[in-house]
Design a protein around this ligand. Sequence first.
Ligand code: GDP
Length: 526
Amino acid sequence: MAFDQEIERRRTFAIISHPDAGKTTLTEKLLLFGGAIQLAGEVKARGDRRRARSDWMKVEQERGISVASSVMTFDYEGHTFNLLDTPGHEDFSEDTYRTLSAVDSAVMVLDAAKGIETQTRKLFEVCRLRDMPIATFINKMDREARDPFDLIDEVEQKLALDVTPASWPIGMGRDFLGCYDLLNDQLVLFDRGKGDVLTESIQCSGLDDPKLEELLPDHALEKLKTDIEMVRALCKPFDIEAYLEGHLTPVFFGSAINNFGVRELLAAIGKNAPSPRPGKALERSVTPTEDAMSGFVFKIQANMDPKHRDRIAFLRIVSGRFRKGIKAKHVRSGKIMAIHNAQLFLAQDREVAEEAFAGDIIGIPNHGNLRIGDTLTEGELIRYTGVPSFAPEILQKVRSEDPMKAKHLGRALEQLAEEGAARVFKPNLGSDWVVGVVGPLQFDVLADRIRTEYQLPVKFEATTLMTAEWVDGDPREVKKFVDANRASMAVDHAGAPVYLARNNWHLDKAKEDYPTLRFLKTKEEV
Ligand code: GDP
């Protein structure tokens, strides 16, 4: 296949939803279409254990499929889909936000009984900042649901988005009969309990097709006709430009667990969702079909394969073609890396990447030289922007329960910091480390990971520290500041100086005394 076509047929997307709306179930069903039925079962098992404290731990427990759960690549009807997983719990939003920097479109899953929930809204806002196209899947129509007009009205009002129903439900709950596919004039009948098979839809020539009279009870058909008349009067018709610009969302109704409505959703992503979009580098905009390969790291995951202590850097390819053995420039260090062992995440398996294209995600095993936000290119010095970094909001001390293992702990923390799981600071005085996170649940997860991955029991303890701020400016001035504030200074995992402030007064005073220095709540990743 020609180079341009390879890129054109790629669809790289993520599913955003509030916990419990059905993201895991929908993912499983999407994989059925990709022919990865076995894995689909495994994802389901994962979903059933979702009561675990967090998605991240769930991933930890099932290390075997954790790779596949980060990125899943599958083919369906001429398209290559890269589905990126986003952790659902709000303490892990950092990871989610970074993942959203690596996709071209999103599917928003809503629970039909609940509509827009808090996490849906937050994640939607991130997508909106990036003008990302969003398709909406209203799930669980097999249960008592809210009125469909009510639901689309809520999406329109709360998210300030135009809405076009792409399908329309016929009944709900126990009386759910199916959907009318408005984009393709098809009747799709609901067959309860057929979650693991692919059912066929019935072609119709519009709502007056006599077939509909045979297939639907009179009252249901009548209601469908009135509903659709109203839909056509009230809603804008589907406009692909408005969708691509992120102003309009097509809405699909379905039931993920029954694999209902999923095919229509996937077909629409194939047909309408964007192929890889241009990349934004500081220096210029980069077109996916440029010859030279380039990409950025949006996620690092440590020790995914217990047999190897490697870390995997997830690289979103922005332009060109990746080939095994490619010599890529690591822009931050200026070094050339020959990449022989990158992995592709096919839904069924992990596979050494011989070749990959703009839009794809590859996993590069490395020993810590790749960091979140890094750019790799075939030589040109460009730096991609847009991988967000977050200010640590809660600071705690961490101590190894075995004092002999302090050094070990340092190494574990550095790795977790590079992975982006937490901010880690080594104070100039004392032997404890300070860890900064965005959500408190992250401490539990860190303690658990340090225990299982590094065999180190650790304790987190509250501190009186209020904030950690990176100190930036003229090196001589920075040194002067560091020397004058030794007891409040630390370094981050990369050795950069950080001021640990006990309260606002100290911080304001520092700023006042050193007006040329910059105090930063987040460290730029580039
Ligand atoms: P996630 O937290 O968004 O990943 O949600 P899950 O996929 O784990 O689903 C949450 C719960 O809703 C699980 O118990 C699912 O079995 C259930 N569920 C998912 N889809 C449907 C559906 O279409 N109908 C019904 N009745 N339940 C569903």
